[in-house]
Design a protein around this ligand. Structure first.
Ligand SMILES: [Zn+2]
Length: 217
């Protein structure tokens, strides 16, 4: 299976850092990709950063297509201009979407001090749990980066699933889930290419499993 990750949809508002703006895609591209994966339950969709476009664009388009997705919210930005409000976060959940943590300040989860780690993994999650009134069990690593220490802490804190941006296929049940993040220059055709590559790789995996079983006979 393949995890696709979106960020903002539409034109990035003023004040969005260039690093983040390079992940914003146009509404047309977004809709084309959603239509492309309409018959693909093996494609899972997520959104990082908790931009306001999660509810103004993504949510109605997902609902229209009967599709669920998971939204990874930056706890420290909830209520900021251009970001989701607490009501928006609840609205996503009430609409049947998943909500996970994307940390507190959108800083890289590498070489965190104990205090930073606590704020990113514990306090941020608690803040989201207070908004939602229910446990938050999943996380996505900000800027796709992480280290072994952070992964170990996420396990210890009983996060049930952690998403990266490692551009690889994912297996449905694994704790660490790689994702393909769309960037501003990516098109629906690019995504179609990733899916074809995924289909071929899955066939290869199945073939090698069959070969292995044959070898046991
Ligand atoms: Zn992010």
């Amino acid at each position: 299976m393949i995890n696709l990750c979106f960020h903002g949809i539409g034109t990035p508002p003023d004040g969005v850092p260039a690093e983040e703006a390079s992940y914003w895609i146009g509404v047309d591209t977004f809709r084309r990709v959603l239509d492309l994966v309409a018959e693909r339950p093996d494609v899972r969709i997520s959104f990082d950063d908790g931009n306001a476009s999660d509810v103004t664009v993504a949510l109605p388009d997902l609902l229209e297509r009967g599709r669920v997705a998971e939204f990874f919210v930056i706890a420290g930005r909830v209520g900021d201009s251009g970001s989701l409000s607490a009501d928006d976060v609840r609205r996503l959940r009430l609409a049947g979407m998943g909500v996970g943590s994307h940390g507190m300040h959108h800083r890289v989860w590498r070489r965190l001090s104990p205090a930073e780690q606590h704020e990113e993994l514990v306090v941020a999650r608690r803040r989201l749990e207070e908004i939602l009134g229910e446990p938050v069990r999943t996380a996505a690593c900000p800027l796709g980066r992480y280290d072994r220490v952070t992964l170990a802490a996420l396990r210890r804190l009983r996060y049930t699933r952690v998403y990266t941006s490692d551009r690889a296929l994912a297996r449905p049940g694994t704790w660490r889930q790689a994702r393909f993040s769309l960037r501003a220059h990516d098109t629906a055709d690019d995504v179609a290419g990733w899916l074809r590559h995924g289909d071929r790789s899955t066939t290869r995996l199945a073939d090698s499993a069959r070969t292995f079983v044959k070898g046991l006979r």
